[in-house]
Write a protein of this length. Structure first.
Ligand code: GRF
Length: 191
């Protein structure tokens, strides 16, 4: 699990470990709340500060993931972009959660962008990671209505409530082998 921020999605995963187990939490930000949550749950943590070079950073992250015995990577609020080595070493085994209905509003300011555009519906997406930002094959999405009095905080809170249900469900589906990728299409066949 890779996180840079508050780690509320990490918490949702911690609270729903049945079909999967979090073996390590990696972060580029020492002291972030996500690391505190992992430590509180007794999960090993590893800090990998940004070395100023994407290829080196990606190698270090991949090596630590392998050393921890992880089979997949889950990114939630991880504010660094991984290089091609990660996709080569973990093909179809890296997922990310994003607070919009991709391909709308990729990037770091998805909630603000949805408000600025005045969309009536936004949502959350869990997708496989490929070499472009917020771009890989979409596994699952949940729509969230935008209210006329929403601000960033109120909309993000409702998006996060959906994230906290969707991400553990997808990770469990992956762990059970229910999710298959064919090009850009992803089939999720629950048992
Ligand atoms: C989430 O809204 C996620 O979609 C975005 O960053 C946020 C991370 O939140 N990529 P948290 O650290 O899991 O609380």
């Amino acid at each position: 699990m890779l996180a840079s921020g508050s780690g509320s999605n990490l918490q949702a995963l911690i609270d729903n470990q049945a079909d999967f187990r979090i073996v390590v939490v990696l972060s580029d930000r020492p002291g972030c709340r996500a690391l505190e949550r992992a430590e509180a749950a007794g999960i090993p943590v590893s800090v990998c500060p940004w070395p100023g070079d994407r290829a080196r950073f990606t190698s270090a992250i991949c090596d630590r993931v392998v050393a921890a015995g992880a089979e997949a990577m889950v990114l939630a609020g991880f504010m660094r972009i991984l290089g091609p080595e990660a996709i080569q070493r973990f093909p179809g085994r890296i997922v990310n959660i994003h607070p919009s209905l991709l391909p709308a509003f990729p990037g770091a300011h998805a909630v603000e962008a949805a408000l600025e555009q005045g969309v009536k519906v936004t949502g959350v997406t869990v997708h496989f990671v490929d070499e472009e930002v917020d771009h890989g094959p979409i596994i699952a999405q949940v729509p969230v209505g935008v209210r006329s009095d929403d601000d960033r905080a109120s909309l993000h809170a409702r998006l996060q409530a959906e994230e906290h249900r969707l991400l553990p469900a997808v990770v469990a589906g992956l762990a059970r082998g229910e999710i298959e990728v064919r090009g850009r299409r992803v089939d999720w066949r629950p048992d």
